[in-house]
Design a protein around this ligand. Structure first.
Ligand SMILES: [Zn+2]
Length: 397
């Protein structure tokens, strides 16, 4: 069911004010009219947040929510939270739904989950086989969202204050990221002593994340006819020294709070050349550096300037990494509840947003991240159950 407004007459409003037939895992009712005038209705899927988080995951998967089309799922979540968790303070910001307790507890745990998915690829609606739930978003990341919603509606007296951030547009360009908007417009909603981003992590605590920086190395030369090549200076040849550095590069491996980070330095683009008979006078090489979170962006840049000394180097873009922060008390209790050895997160995730605010942040959620964005996304349902159990222990223990 898509979240488009239904244009109806006043008479139709009466007709529609009841159940609208939908798929097998959801039912539907009209929850509000458009405040700007009669004739528009928003149809919202009813979610049972107290249901088994596995069923709730299936119900969320069955509400398509490709990036920039999250209204239907955000409406459903907002309506369900308002009805089923009346003790929560709830704010709607675009298609971000924010909910929190205000119990005056000494600590606060923030849970974050994006609502959007990558485009549909013939993998909806959800289907279940032998303890596995299949479908778009089962891994990335409606299983995590379902666990968050279930906890929000079933734990009224947590031992920490809780914040739940359901946000839009994580899968597209960073400037549209809903969590970024929350950070800019409602920064106090980001505050806490531990942030748990419920992205798929195979049910293992993944901590921190590596930073990323792209730089461009430019070389210049002198054009000449290739028949008299000695009259020119070849800018492409001048990149040879940089390529040699990359070929010889050995990853630095660093252990932080028991998590192992492995850095990476890769050429990702190369350009140059004028025509088939001209010594080129300009060339450029782009390099991506994935750096462990014990380096700041400035230190990463300084390292690259040292490695590529003598080259004209420009930073194209960069994002800071996030230290694992596993020594924070709340993080320790999560690790104890989850069991096992925490792993380093190598990619950049929204965990880094919290880390940049000085909040210890981890990924913890059901699903194998390697299956994210694939057509055959699927999650063993026991991972959803386990994640709900572990996080319940964290917030009630
Ligand atoms: Zn995701």
């Amino acid at each position: 069911m898509r979240g488009e407004d239904l244009r109806v007459s006043d008479d139709a409003l009466v007709e529609l004010d009841g159940d609208v037939p939908l798929g097998p895992t959801t039912d539907c009712h009209v929850v509000r009219t458009n405040p700007r005038g009669l004739g528009f209705l928003t149809v919202t899927v009813a979610l049972d947040l107290t249901a088994d988080p596995i069923d709730l995951t299936a119900a969320l998967v069955d509400i398509p929510s490709v990036s920039e089309d999250e209204q239907a799922i955000a409406d459903a979540i907002e309506a369900a939270l308002r009805a089923q968790a009346p003790w929560l303070e709830i704010v709607r910001l675009g298609n971000n739904v924010l909910a929190r307790t205000n119990l005056g507890r000494p600590t606060r745990v923030v849970f974050a989950g994006h609502l959007d998915t990558v485009p549909v690829n013939d993998n909806l609606p959800s289907r279940r086989t032998d303890g596995v739930l299949h479908g778009l978003g089962t891994v990335d990341m409606k299983g995590g969202d379902a666990v968050m919603l279930h906890l929000a509606a079933t734990v009224a007296e947590p031992t920490h204050d809780l914040t739940f951030l359901f946000y839009e547009c994580e899968e597209i360009e960073a400037v549209r990221n809903g969590l970024g908007r929350v950070e800019r417009e409602l920064p106090d909603w980001m505050a806490g002593d531990l942030a748990v981003v419920c992205e798929p992590s195979n049910g293992v605590v993944e901590a921190g994340c590596q930073g990323t920086m792209r730089v461009e190395l430019r070389t210049s030369g002198v054009r000449a006819h290739t028949a008299r090549g000695w009259m020119g200076v070849n800018a492409i040849h001048a990149l040879g020294a940089a390529l040699a550095v990359l070929t010889a590069y050995e990853s630095r491996v660093v252990d932080i709070d028991g998590c192992t980070y492995r850095e990476g330095l890769q050429a990702v683009h190369i350009s140059g050349g004028v025509s088939g008979n001209v010594v080129p006078d300009a060339a450029a090489l782009r390099v991506n550096f994935r750096f462990a979170p014990d380096r700041s962006v400035e230190q990463a840049e300084a390292y690259l300037r040292e490695v590529f000394a003598g080259f004209d180097l420009t930073v194209v873009d960069a994002a800071a990494g996030a230290l694992p922060g596993l020594n924070a008390p709340a993080a320790k209790s999560l690790i104890a509840a989850a069991g096992g050895q925490p792993l380093a997160k190598l990619g950049w995730t929204d965990v880094a947003r919290f880390a940049a605010l000085g909040i210890p942040a981890v990924n913890y959620g059901p699903g194998d991240p390697l299956l994210a964005h694939t057509q055959q996304e699927n999650v063993p349902v026991e991972q959803i159950t386990r994640c709900a159990t572990v996080l319940r222990e964290l917030i009630t223990g």
